[in-house]
Ligand binder design. Structure first.
Ligand code: GLU
Length: 219
């Protein structure tokens, strides 16, 4: 197994984070696998000075040593999301070409682009007028210097399925999912986008995370 502990330095590490890390560590080590540390610092507005140092020192104190991470490197780096911006941009633009995302020029709502607030800020039934733009029209606006975000495009028919080892089979109507921002105007990805790109590229086999992420997993 390859697991990752992927904290956001938006506050000081707490016992709940450490509990999640313990499961990840044990799942990796019980199969002789690797435990990775990845710093998810895409929400620059909520960055807390010193939070990353506490993550390092806490894990070291309890002996949960990581096999790959920002300080020791590895074959799948960099392990700090702010250093991976070009990777997310490449995939976001690729997703637009594949029809899974679109360029959006709606006036940016400060909070709506925030990782955490983004979850609730865009109502599921929000009809993005930018979806009606052709790719050529959108590209012309971008070339003219208009700020844009890249927003997920969701085919509203059908259901999303996934299996969770703790909660079982989860099924959610696509119609209930909001078309959230994947890439913000400043070129930073949102949490929802960055974590799937990274888990894929870093060949993560088991994702262990708080159950507050069940609702965004279908996206
Ligand atoms: N960066 C997220 C957090 O700190 C990680 C969630 C996840 O494990 O995907 O809560």
């Amino acid at each position: 197994a390859r697991t990752r502990f992927a904290p956001s330095p938006t506050g000081y590490m707490h016992i709940g984070n450490l509990r999640t890390a313990l499961y990840e560590y044990l799942i990796a080590k019980s199969s002789g696998g690797d435990f990775l540390l990845r710093i998810e610092d895409t929400d620059q507005k909520r960055y807390v000075e010193g939070a990353t140092d506490i993550i390092y020192s806490t894990l070291k104190t309890v002996g949960m040593n990581w096999d790959e991470g920002p300080d020791i490197g590895g074959n799948y780096g960099p392990y700090i999301q702010s250093e991976r911006k070009p990777i997310y941009a490449e995939y976001a633009h690729k997703l637009v070409e594949l029809g899974g995302a679109h360029y959006c020029f709606c006036a940016p709502k400060e909070e709506a682009e925030d990782d955490e607030a983004e979850e609730n800020a865009v109502p599921a039934k929000f009809q993005d007028p930018c979806k009606r733009l052709s790719l050529e029209e959108a590209r012309a606006k971008i070339a003219a210097g208009e700020p844009y975000t890249i927003r997920q495009t969701i085919n509203k028919k059908g259901k999303s399925h996934f299996h969770d080892e703790v909660y079982g089979d989860i099924e959610i109507d696509y119609d209930d999912l909001d078309e959230g921002v994947l890439l913000k105007t400043d070129g930073f990805p949102t949490y929802n986008f960055a974590n799937v790109i990274d888990d894929h590229l870093m060949a993560i086999t088991h994702v262990v995370r708080g159950n507050e992420y069940i609702s965004s997993t279908p996206k």
